[in-house]
Ligand binder design. Structure first.
Ligand code: AHG
Ligand code: MN
Ligand code: MN
Ligand code: MN
Length: 335
């Protein structure tokens, strides 16, 4: 029987590669692991307890109806970040503004975390995969002071770590610190994430495209051309690709990371900047995609190069296997 490597051991081993580092990033990752286990437990109870399923009765800053689990997950992650000593502030999809931790611990925290506490809200009540996405930056302002908004508005190439937790048929945590991508599966019987997908690589090309095709007539004609290309047998694989759209970005992304594929959420006439949020969704998954050999673009610019102007900024999103994203972009250019 081969040795099982737990996520805690893995983080500790990586930490040993940097003997002069303070270990704060490792501690922050442990905090995320802990919160993920708690949220995973809550997700598994949905349907049995009242406070988890259904609408919260509020609209969030995105203009979306908040679900109870959006709030449960948001509060859980904020709780661990506030109680750890590594984070000076957070921003999340569910909060209007960034939340600054201005107590002594917070002022001394080196990092900011931006996250989507619950991705795929519309799938909560129908027992379909959902997730959490996170992005970590080193603050720009001086340690010891109160964090400022500029600490959050950094381009994605400045991320020091990013990852996601997928509450699927099993719970998985996938993350990168810029040295490849590794995936861990939660063994609920021992309560540990165990290394199950070491050194993940996204195939250069796959046979899956994921897009909400309900929007096909309200986006750039180049998108329609690309979708027709996916559906034809003239494409890079010689037969039509399969269309797969879960409606939880994190789950669509995870499948494409493993099998190869492309995910598209373009600009539409209703949403001229697309729907997905740069800071909570696009940047962290772009960092993982690139680390696994894939690509992520707005259609015109590398996602990780976009200089954010505001926290809740939206961008069109093309992410996935390198050759597929390149092909989609080449058809866009012609329009
Ligand atoms: P969230 O649940 O965090 O608000 O994100 C929803 C996002 C993303 O997960 C998904 O891919 C997309 O919205 C689905 O949008 P459409 O329903 O417009 O296809
Ligand atoms: Mn939402
Ligand atoms: Mn989301
Ligand atoms: Mn969300």
């Amino acid at each position: 029987m081969s040795k099982v490597v737990t996520l805690q051991e893995f983080i500790m081993e990586k930490q040993a590669d940097f003997p002069f580092a303070s270990g704060e990033l490792s501690r922050l990752l442990y905090d995320i692991v802990f919160a993920s286990k708690v949220v995973s437990r809550d997700v598994r109870k949905a349907g049995l307890v009242d406070h988890i399923l259904g609408a919260q009765g509020n609209t969030n800053v995105q203009g979306e109806e908040q679900q109870k689990l959006d709030v449960v997950a948001d509060e859980q992650f904020i709780h661990v970040f506030k109680n750890g000593a590594e984070v000076c502030g957070i921003a999340s999809e569910e909060n209007d503004d960034c939340v600054i931790f201005d107590d002594e611990k917070g002022r001394n925290g080196k990092y900011v975390v931006l996250f989507d506490p619950l991705d795929g809200s519309s799938n909560i009540d129908v027992n379909v995969s959902i997730g959490t996405i996170f992005s970590i930056y080193r603050r720009k302002s001086e340690v010891g002071t109160v964090a400022v908004e500029e600490d959050f508005l950094q381009p994605g190439h400045e991320q020091v770590a990013a990852g996601y937790v997928l509450y699927g048929s099993s719970t998985m945590l996938v993350y990168t610190t810029g040295r490849g991508v590794n995936g861990f599966t939660l063994d609920p019987s021992i309560g540990e994430f165990c290394l199950s997908h070491p050194n993940m690589k996204m195939p250069e090309i796959g046979r899956i495209y994921a897009m909400n095709e309900g929007n096909i007539h309200i986006c750039n004609p180049g998108i329609k051309k690309y979708v027709e290309y996916c559906q034809s047998d003239e494409n890079q694989t010689g037969k039509p690709y399969s269309g797969r759209y879960i409606g939880s970005l994190v789950a669509d992304f995870h499948r494409n990371l493993i099998k190869g594929g492309i995910y598209i959420y373009p600009a539409t006439t209703n949403d001229p900047n697309g729907k997905l949020r740069l800071m909570y969704e696009c940047n962290p998954l772009a960092f993982i995609a690139e680390q696994a050999g894939g690509l992520a673009s707005t259609g015109f610019e590398r996602i990780l190069s976009v200089q954010p102007e505001k926290l809740h900024q939206r961008v069109p999103y093309f992410v996935g296997s390198k050759l597929m994203v390149e092909k989609a972009l080449s058809l866009l250019e012609k329009e």
